[in-house]
Write a protein that binds this ligand. Structure first.
Ligand code: CA
Length: 228
């Protein structure tokens, strides 16, 4: 069953963990469960999941630390579960490198839909023309084939979704991209409830590539500035 996708669910609340796992298994995924932070990191290293559903409040060490350790190993999409909206805001502010967030209580059906959307995005990212040209905007260089980004010659280490976002913005420098549109085109979902996810990734890109690169268009969205 080489084509089956493997999802790791790291969640200490057993009822939530079991119902998420049951739904994802019913949709054809291989699912592993971990119930604390250290176990989550260990299982991720062993099973190399295609995606991780990660609760923030965990025994051992928390979801933030799990996220850091898993991403240090290799880039993998992470859907973060939070207990409250203000917790999501906090994480968004920290730009922890999760690809998407859901606040409890959430619908299992919607969680499954977001898992599919994240994986579809990864599949699309893998279908780049082998001769696709690098995008150069000022001192920013985005190479879609090798999926590398450099600013003033210095490579930045981006998560897969951060790469997709900067590549999308760089393809049309100066154009204003509404957050809802970015959410639909990059994350692949149509409702506007997750625009904080976009903000989180813009913050991460600013931290990694320089604060001057992406302009906030208040009440609308973001635009790539042309770096000097
Ligand atoms: Ca928890």
């Amino acid at each position: 069953m080489g084509n089956r996708r493997r999802v790791l669910v790291v969640e200490d609340e057993l009822t939530i963990a079991e119902s998420v796992a049951a739904r994802l298994r019913a949709e054809g995924f291989d699912v592993d469960l971990a119930h604390d932070g250290p176990q989550g990191v260990a299982i991720a290293a062993r099973t190399k999941p295609d995606l991780v559903v990660l609760d923030i409040m965990l025994p051992g060490f928390d979801g933030l630390e799990v996220c850091r350790r898993i991403q240090a190993e290799r880039p993998v999409p992470i859907l973060m579960l939070t207990a409250r909206d203000d917790e999501t805001d906090l994480l968004v502010g920290l730009a922890v490198g999760a690809d998407d967030y859901m606040t409890k209580p959430f619908s299992i059906r919607e969680l499954a839909a977001r898992v599919h959307a994240l994986l579809r995005r990864i599949d699309r990212a893998g279908q780049v023309e082998p001769e696709a040209a690098a995008i150069v905007v000022g001192d920013l260089e985005v190479d879609p084939v090798e999926r590398r980004v450099r600013r003033a010659g210095v490579e930045a280490h981006l998560t897969p979704i951060e790469f997709d976002l900067i590549a999308h913005l760089a393809a049309r420098p100066r154009a204003v991209h509404p957050r809802e549109r970015l959410l639909a085109e990059i994350w692949g979902w149509g409702d506007a409830a997750g625009t904080r996810t976009v903000d989180s990734h813009v913050k991460a890109l600013r931290r990694k590539l320089g604060a001057d690169l992406i302009r906030t268009v208040h009440g609308v969205g973001y635009a790539l500035e042309v770096p000097k």
